[in-house]
Design a protein around this ligand. Structure first.
Ligand code: NAP
Length: 279
């Protein structure tokens, strides 16, 4: 079989990986667009990452998504790292190039913004400060993206303050770090509230930030998508605030990889959401 006749393969690598919704998503798109290709989950332990990653292209893989715990380590293995992945300090999308080089990018931030543009079309980034809860890997992508689209001020809070301070020193003066307990007081004149922590996820405690002072027009969005409607979103919606759930970010961050590997930019629409939710 020659290079040209190979059926393209892509995968998501993580450890563990059984929980990932990416195979359902890419599988749906492959069927929808009638593409002869496959997308599979591969469990790779950290110690095997380098070795197995080099083997995948030889088996016909054209790229991969990367998830916990490899998103940061992959930057030391990839041959080419995009500026945004380097700034964020993590990659989620790999392209195995024909010259053998591994190209690493981070599409979480663009996925986050695309989700807001699609589901909160009236959101204006320059309208006011954003309150961002959390300072983990996802927060880094969100903060980078918010600054890029013109949000004037990021009010950042994290349980572990040092992590938020590190983000401030990496992303600059638009990031203002506050104590976690101050969150409720900083909502009054904020134009948006973003939860990037894992609080609110099934099996984890709820976020429990009082929303009494939240600006009634502020957009509220949660990166957590299991459950789809977190307690934060339920409370914000009950107050009349516009809300956007985290599933759209997952779908949008996947689209650029699919396009690079399989040659078609997939639609992120209601049918895509349903396909992933019912998987
Ligand atoms: P991470 O790097 O492990 O960061 C976890 C964050 O949650 C940190 O800020 C951590 O604070 C905070 N946290 C965890 N338990 C907490 C608690 N009990 N009280 C207060 N804060 C707590 O994880 P990540 O990659 O950033 O992911 C964070 C969440 O975003 C996860 O739920 C993930 O599924 C979700 N996510 C969604 C998408 C999407 O497409 N929708 C994409 C990426 C991530 P400390 O620093 O103090 O530990």
């Amino acid at each position: 079989m020659t290079e040209h006749t190979r059926i393209p393969l892509a995968c998501v690598i993580g450890h563990p990986i059984a929980h990932s919704r990416s195979p359902a998503l890419h599988g749906y798109w492959l069927r929808r667009y009638g593409i002869k290709g496959h997308y599979v989950p591969i469990d790779i332990a950290p110690l095997e990452l380098n070795e197995l990653l080099r083997i995948l292209p030889r088996l016909g893989f054209v790229g991969a998504n990367v998830t916990i715990p490899h998103k940061e380590a992959i930057l030391n293995i990839a041959d080419i790292v995009t500026d945004r992945a380097a700034l964020i300090g993590a990659a989620n999308t790999l392209i195995f190039r024909k010259d053998g080089k591994i190209h690493a990018d981070n599409t979480d931030g663009s996925g986050f913004i695309a989700n807001l543009r699609q589901n909160a079309p009236h959101w204006v980034p320059a309208a006011g400060p954003a309150v961002v809860l959390g300072a983990g890997g996802a927060a880094r992508a969100v903060v980078a993206a918010l600054i890029e689209v013109g949000v004037p001020e990021i009010r950042l809070m994290n349980r572990t303050r040092a992590r938020a301070d590190a983000l401030r020193s990496d992303f600059g003066a638009k990031v203002h770090v506050h104590e976690w307990v101050q969150a409720a007081n900083l909502l009054e004149d904020a134009a948006m509230l973003v939860n990037t922590t894992s609080l609110g996820m099934t099996g984890k405690p709820d976020l429990n930030i009082p929303l009494d002072r939240l600006n009634p027009h502020a957009l509220v969005t949660d990166l957590v998508y299991t459950p789809l409607k977190t307690q934060l979103l339920i409370e914000a919606e009950a107050r009349g605030n516009p809300v956007v759930d985290g599933l759209g970010m997952l779908l949008h961050q996947a689209a650029p990889g699919f396009e690079r590997w399989f040659g078609i930019r997939p639609d992120v629409d209601e049918a895509t959401r349903k396909a992933v939710l019912s998987a």
